[in-house]
Design a protein around this ligand. Structure first.
Ligand code: PA5
Length: 446
């Protein structure tokens, strides 16, 4: 069993009748998900994606990744939100947060188009100087401003460097099957395109070309990632809480939320999980934070954050619960050296493996936080590999959908994201937004 939910440290926070009371709501959420009759039911393509994906496109993704590996020293991945977080999370989790600094036979991978920062764009252009570059631009809508601006910059750069023909060989586009400016433009320019399926929303798209192409370029086995997700798809089918850890996690979140635990902290003990936390925050934040409801998803990496947020978690406002990613075996070890003089008094750790020390630190922290009134859910992962991560991704996606339905929201839309976009278009003078611009300007102070 590669991932398992450990509810042992919840015993003092949740009574057994509370599980019984929420069970019918979980069964109902399962029913509307499986029957495709709930809100947002046009975006359920991710549910059977790990098995029912386009095999022909999958082979094209593998071929394109090989081509990119052969022809480029740098792959620039342009996208924002669900169009980049998944790929970055998987690459950092499975390779390293220092992936670009590693000695390796795969290209450096830089992410662009996820901010509006002149500094960061200039830095990136400087990093690309003198390097052979490929670009993978990813946008489902094809109209998101941040990636569109970055794509314009990199397209110009590639056309200057390699000519229009050469650039065509180096630009890979992941977008809607038929709609949108990017699709139209790519067809005209002759770029190789990959599809964001109509029925898969951005934050649920890591196991489509959106995530898989950059992940494959990083030398990660995308077949194994899909196999892990497929195993989770088979494993989490029962609507009964005692037979389905994924649904149990969704139930626990809702039980705790109803008791005033408004913030869930995803806690990792490995720096390589930092971006995975970010992917998870988008998944849950965009899916549940609406209609004036939702658990606020936060995250920490320990030990780092034990020395920043640790005080608050232990002792501050009791509105928190923690979900701990407990990775049992990272397949790396580091023996703590002995010092005959023992000047630092650390010889009680001599010869111990740092990974064992981490496991002990994890349990020590869980106990302290439970004593401090913070319910702790543990998700045990037996190993750090493609298969387990695929399983974990699917676990969180499915739990998010069930949890959102129990909360009573549409987990698959994101109407709130549009508000800033509209204001930004109006204030920047996009044609069609003239009236709105006037209204907004009246409210601004310059
Ligand atoms: O989850 C989502 O749908 C969003 O986060 C989108 O992925 C994000 O807004 C980017 O949109 P697009 O891919 O259309 O550029």
């Amino acid at each position: 069993m590669s991932i398992q939910l450990n509810t042992h440290y919840l015993e003092s926070f949740i009574k057994s009748h509370e599980y019984e009371q929420i069970a019918p709501q979980i069964r109902y959420a399962d029913q509307i998900l499986r029957e495709k009759s709930g809100p947002g039911n046009q975006f359920l393509g991710w549910v059977d994606l790990p098995k029912n994906y386009d095999k022909e496109e999958f082979a094209r993704i593998e071929n394109a990744a090989e081509k990119i590996k052969k022809t480029c020293q740098v792959l620039v991945v342009i996208g924002i939100g669900g169009s980049y977080l998944g790929a970055r999370a998987v690459i950092e989790f499975l390779r390293s947060p220092n992936y670009n600094l590693l000695k390796k036979d795969t290209p450096n991978i830089y992410f662009a188009g996820n901010s509006i920062s002149a500094d960061s764009l200039n830095d990136l252009l400087a990093l690309c100087e003198g390097k052979d570059i490929c670009v993978n631009v990813i946008s489902k809508s094809g109209t998101t401003t941040e990636p569109a601006v970055a794509f314009r910059v990199f397209r110009n750069l590639l056309e200057k460097k390699y000519g229009k023909e050469g650039a065509r060989e180096r630009i890979f586009v992941t977008t809607d099957r038929a709609r949108g400016t990017l699709k139209q433009f790519s067809t005209e320019a002759g770029y190789e395109t990959f599809v964001v399926p109509d029925d898969v929303g951005g934050r649920f798209s890591v196991l489509t070309a959106v995530g898989l192409l950059p992940i494959a370029v990083a030398g990660i086995d995308i077949k194994k990632l899909m196999e892990g997700a497929a195993a989770a798809m088979e494993k989490y089918t029962s609507p009964e809480l005692d037979k389905n850890d994924c649904y149990l996690y969704a139930a626990i979140r809702n039980i705790l939320f109803r008791k005033g635990k408004n913030i869930e902290i995803l806690a990792g003990y490995e720096p390589f999980a930092l971006l995975f936390n970010e992917w998870w925050k988008q998944l849950y934040g965009e899916s549940e934070g609406k209609d004036g409801k939702g658990i606020y998803p936060a995250s920490v990496i320990f030990s780092t954050d034990l020395h920043s947020l640790g005080q608050y978690i232990q002792d501050g406002n009791r509105i928190l619960f923690e979900t701990v990613l407990n990775i049992q075996d990272t397949k790396k070890s580091f023996e703590i050296p002995n010092d005959p003089a023992n000047i630092d008094g650390l010889n009680f750790l001599s010869g111990k493996d740092l990974d064992d020390v981490k496991r002990t630190a994890t349990l020590a922290t869980v106990l302290a936080h439970v004593d401090g009134g913070v319910p702790n859910i543990l998700i045990d992962l037996d190993e750090r590999n493609e298969y387990t991560l695929g399983e974990l991704i699917y676990f969180f996606e499915l739990a998010c959908a069930i949890s959102g339905y129990v909360l009573g929201v549409n987990p698959f839309d994101q109407p709130g994201v549009e508000s800033y976009k509209k204001n930004m278009f109006a204030l920047l003078g996009k044609p069609g937004y003239e009236e709105m611009r006037e209204e907004l300007n009246k409210r601004l102070t310059f």
